[in-house]
Design a protein around this ligand. Structure first.
Ligand code: BG6
Length: 517
């Protein structure tokens, strides 16, 4: 297994280089996308596959078979995808290559419970036009609403599509894999049920549970930065760290996904998956080897070390918020309860701040604050490590502001980079300490535009590297911890309202230390 964290995308500024010749390292395959009419396919998956092709990371004999309910021809589907690629792909200066790309695209209309549809997919995959050039390799992608996951998985099992390649005797043996989109369940019981369903049909190594935050270059860098820099790696513990703040602020609202969001809320939409990924990568022990199973083992240990939250601890552990009418970037926006498909008295949180504790030798006593919010003043994802002060502040005696909290700020997005905050003597006669920042910016340091998260993850699934995907026990342990937060919180943590375009409800500072500015 190759280390997934060694980027296959290193290179010069992509906007300035010519398309790379097609890869012979990535295997040919058919990618069957269930949910081919959906937003995810149009905004993320197909643009990412196009970008992979431009970067030479897609085998020329790749086939993409879109499956969805709406009747349409291959040609109509290709036309729709052309528009998506034009709008959402990174490599828009190589749109001339779309004519090459569209030759790989096919469409199959069916409802996800229709047996004839699965028979037709089987016939297609086994046909000479698909089987020979792709050497029988298949990757299914579940990009549908979650309610279709189980019916599709069961049908893939019943129609022999999960084992379409078994016992062919070929070398290398063709692979069959499946990518399952988030949300993977909506609580522990449903995640277990889904895992059981998936694992009845596929073996665990065939299953890729996606969390696109793991595909972000800056998220992968959390581990690389910690484990390659002794000056920081040696301070990464409760002897030196006072608190850890992980925040994902979004300026967008629910973006036409009101029906889904009302069911999910920010805890299921962002915290259980994206924020927990950021937390486990920040907190995990160095793995015994830099490969999928060792890294996932360490992440699971963090989840298992989370101090369980008792129901009566909830008021001290979580603050929930919901946005009201306001303005974001000078544009008026409506309140959550006025968004389409949201009931007028909805109790769903669009903001949370939670305090969690990791009970192990490294982190005991260090609070981790997790904050996620929609319709905040700006889009900003940060991991902020606040270091402990000296036990005695010498300069305070001189009547100065004293010490400056030392902070390491990992900017995940946007303005990707890392900053270190410290104090210096302000030039001049009097003894004053000024806070200053040492700043690293990816944009300034590298001309190359980093690949999109979905490019990285699709590529990893194609080459069979599961490091950046969640294992079943990871998902189950995170839902297990979340259980007390998923019940009715109206009394224990009443909803606090905040104006859209601000930084969340004032009450958030009731949970432990205020968020650093
Ligand atoms: C998705 C959530 O998983 O992540 C969305 O469902 C959210 O609600 C999105 O907006 C954020 O992703 P990114 O990459 O824009 O930070």
């Amino acid at each position: 297994m190759t280390s997934s964290l060694q980027s296959p995308f290193q290179g010069a500024g992509l906007s300035e280089v010519q398309p790379t010749p097609p890869s012979t390292d990535t295997p040919p395959l058919t990618i069957v996308i269930f949910g081919a009419s959906g937003d995810l396919t149009h905004r993320k998956l197909v643009p990412a596959l196009f970008d992979l092709m431009v970067d030479g990371l897609l085998h020329p004999e790749t086939r993409i078979l879109g499956v969805a309910r709406s009747p349409k021809t291959h040609e109509e589907f290709r036309g729709e995808l052309r528009a998506s690629v034009q709008t959402f792909a990174r490599s828009t200066n190589h749109l001339d290559l779309f004519s090459e790309f569209e030759k790989k695209i096919f469409y199959h209309p069916m409802t996800f419970d229709d047996p004839n549809g699965y028979t037709a997919i089987r016939t297609t995959l086994l046909s000479d036009e698909f089987r020979k050039p792709t050497r029988g390799n298949v990757l299914y992608y579940l990009a549908t609403p979650p309610s279709y996951f189980v019916p599709i998985i069961r049908n893939l099992g019943s129609f022999g599509l999960a084992k379409i390649n078994e016992d062919t005797g070929e070398t290398p043996a063709p692979f069959t894999r499946i990518i399952v989109e988030k949300p993977f369940g909506r609580d522990l019981a449903s995640a277990r049920d889904l895992n059981r369903e998936v694992l009845q049909v596929f073996a665990e190594p065939q299953v890729y549970r996606i969390d696109h935050y793991l595909g972000k270059e800056t998220v992968q860098n959390i581990v690389v930065f910690r484990l390659s820099n002794p000056v920081f790696g040696n301070l990464w513990n409760n002897v030196f760290v006072k608190s850890v703040h992980i925040s994902v602020h979004e300026s967008v609202g629910v973006e036409g996904r009101g029906g889904y969001f009302e069911e999910a809320g920010i805890l299921r939409d962002m915290v259980q998956n994206h924020l927990f990924q950021l937390m486990t990568l920040t907190a995990m022990e160095p793995p015994v080897a830099f490969e999928a199973e060792s890294i996932r083992d360490e992440k699971v240990k963090v989840l298992r070390s989370l101090k369980p939250v008792r129901i009566d601890d909830l008021p001290r552990t979580i603050v929930r918020g919901q946005y009201t009418v306001g303005e974001v970037d000078g544009v008026p926006v409506q309140g959550y309860r006025n968004e389409p498909k949201i009931p007028p008295l909805s109790d769903t949180s669009t903001f949370v701040r939670m305090k969690v504790e990791i009970q192990n030798w490294r982190w005991a006593g260090v609070p981790f604050y997790l904050t996620a919010g929609k319709r905040m003043s700006k889009r900003e994802t940060l991991v902020r490590i606040v270091f402990k002060d000296f036990p005695f502040a010498l300069f305070r005696l001189a009547g100065t502001p004293g010490t400056v909290p030392n902070e390491l700020i990992i900017r995940i997005q946007p303005n990707e980079g890392i900053a270190l905050r410290f104090g210096i003597k302000k030039p001049g006669g009097s003894l004053m300490i000024d806070p200053v920042e040492m700043n690293f910016s990816y944009q300034q340091a590298y001309r190359a535009q980093a690949p999109e998260a979905y490019e990285r993850l699709l590529h990893d699934a194609i080459v069979g590297d599961s490091t950046l995907f969640a294992r079943n026990d990871e998902v189950e342990n995170s839902w297990n911890f979340m259980a007390p937060f998923l019940g009715d919180l109206t009394k224990l943590s009443p909803l606090r309202f905040y104006t859209a375009g601000t930084d969340g409800p004032e009450e958030q500072d009731r949970i432990g230390e205020p968020s650093p500015a």
